[in-house]
Design a protein around this ligand. Structure first.
Ligand SMILES: Cc1cc2nc3c(=O)[nH]c(=O)nc-3n(C[C@H](O)[C@H](O)[C@H](O)COP(=O)(O)O)c2cc1C
Length: 483
């Protein structure tokens, strides 16, 4: 299989949307949609009136008319507009009871349709490579989400933020027309206790297809050891590895060994955190390099290391086709031009516990005042920790929920103090933030990679309103050399 050399990294929530991925894929690189929280993204786009009709076109292509109709009638508001922010509340998912079928298959309908629509639109009208990115940490919706993406014929599934050992096998099962499940990580559960998130297409679709195309699977990891673990212990074929270092935008792996912070409160990374690419070559699996590989020389440098190519995020996050609010893009790029852009690797801002890159931006949750003024609420729940309660059931808690509630459920107070609600903030980044009783609109929180010099050069060359096509040209991708 010939893989694209450049992967436009998946960027959640909705930053790498179908429009960006489609533009990139049409030029011969891999366009990757973010698969995170797509159920909320679709529902809210419909509630905002779907003014350009793309969501409804995607839904019209969904193979089960009854399911498509139910999603449309539940969320589409003909009178909605980009100013609509009183969105309906999301279903908080729960784990499946051991050895029992899913209690309510309807919770999966929106997820399957939403993942189908995003991939369908990204693939529409061309034969380029389209992938979808998920986070292993966000376990509960993943089985239904992945099925929806495969139903739309996704070419690649990419997954990081954890060790996604079970996913390749899940793709195999779906490809054979079978149902599947993943084992949930539940704190306090013994080795023998098993809790699952399951998906069976027959519970959602009246006539599921007997087989589906098996997408290639790429694991996103930060070390050779994890790459080797994926290569040897995964439940099915791992078709490629993306080795991402700690300068990348989004979540990063913590430093190896004990956590040390520098004077700026950022984790200190050392030589142990860099990857020996010669050993990667030895694994015999194609690999791509991510994190500060967005320079014009990066593609040839990666090839010299024996890699198949590069994964780039930050440059694409600010291009015209990305889902970020134009106002946020402009403010950050202007700060960059003025030499005032700041990005911090925050060790505690993300409820996941992973370091998270945060751009300083006025009015966003990067500011301590803005963060302190937000009343804590947990109404999306994607990053909740699952834990075993005293009565043996599964409990749910998030470090970003109201602190008293988190602590009452056994959560560690230290994890809560600085935790930001990424679910709500990342939706606000793309104009889909929730408003509460007309008084508080969720605030954004921008994530950006640390290496900003290439972004500065890109903007100098193409201006503030540049396209994904300009990024590919900047990276030296001639369309005919794409794959
Ligand atoms: C705005 C933004 C959001 C991101 N979100 C995700 C994500 O949801 N999942 C993921 O695996 N990586 C995510 N990333 C990482 C990118 O996919 C990519 O690997 C990374 O940005 C590459 O490094 P660079 O920022 O130096 O180009 C994100 C990056 C950015 C800038």
């Amino acid at each position: 299989m010939k893989h694209p050399r450049i992967i436009q990294g998946g960027m959640g929530v909705g930053v790498s949307d179908w429009r960006l991925a489609r533009t990139v894929a049409m030029r011969g690189a891999m366009g990757v949609v973010s698969g995170t929280a797509l159920d909320a993204v679709l529902a809210r786009r419909l509630e905002q009136g779907d003014l350009d009709g793309h969501m409804r076109r995607g839904i019209a292509a969904f193979p089960d008319r009854a399911v498509a109709g139910r999603v449309l009638s539940a969320y589409y508001r003909p009178d909605g507009s980009p100013d609509t922010h009183d969105f309906s509340s999301a279903a908080m998912r729960r784990a499946d009871a051991p050895d029992a079928p899913r209690a309510d298959p309807r919770v999966d309908e929106l997820t399957v349709v939403a993942n189908f629509v995003e991939v369908f639109l990204a693939r529409e009208g061309h034969g380029g490579a389209v992938g979808i990115n998920y986070l292993e940490k966000v376990q509960l919706p993943n089985p239904a989400a992945i099925y929806g993406a495969m139903l739309a014929g996704v070419d690649y599934v990419l997954m990081g933020a954890g060790i996604p050992l079970e996913i390749p096998g899940l793709l195999d099962r779906y490809a054979r027309g079978e149902g599947g499940e993943i084992r949930l990580q539940v704190e306090g559960a013994s080795k023998d206790e098993r809790f699952y998130a399951r998906f069976d297409a027959a519970a959602v679709l009246a006539s599921p297809p007997p087989s589906l195309k098996r997408p290639a699977f790429l694991a996103i990891v930060s070390s050779y050891i994890l790459a080797a673990t994926m290569a040897t212990r995964a439940s099915g074929k791992v078709d490629g590895i993306i080795v991402e270092n700690h300068s990348a935008g989004g979540h990063n792996a913590p430093p190896r060994g004990a956590l040390e912070l520098d004077g700026n409160g950022e984790p200190v990374y050392g030589p142990k955190d860099s990857v020996d690419y010669a050993r990667m070559v030895g694994l015999g699996i194609p690999f791509w390099l991510g994190g500060s590989y967005g320079r014009p020389e990066s593609l040839s440098e990666s090839r010299a290391e024996g890699a198949a190519g590069i994964q780039v995020g930050t440059l694409f996050a600010f291009c015209r086709e990305s889902g970020l609010l134009p106002e946020l893009k402009k403010r950050f790029l202007k700060a960059l031009e003025a030499g005032k852009a700041l990005v911090k690797t925050h060790p505690e801002a993300s409820p996941t516990g992973y370091p998270f890159k945060i751009a300083a931006l006025e009015g966003s949750l990067s500011g301590e005042d803005v963060f302190a003024a937000r009343k804590r609420v947990c109404n999306m729940g994607l990053l909740r920790e699952l834990f075993k309660t005293g009565t043996g059931t599964i409990g749910y808690r998030c470090p970003a929920e109201p602190e008293a509630a988190y602590e009452a459920k056994g959560g560690d107070a230290k994890k809560a103090t600085n935790a930001r609600c990424l679910c709500n903030a990342l939706l606000a980044n793309i104009g889909l933030g929730m408003e509460y009783a007309g008084s508080y609109l969720e605030k954004p929180l921008l994530t950006v990679g640390k290496q900003l010099e290439s972004l500065r050069q890109l903007v100098k060359r193409f201006g503030l309103d540049y396209s994904a096509v300009d990024v590919l040209e900047f990276l030296g991708l001639a369309p005919e050399a794409a794959s």
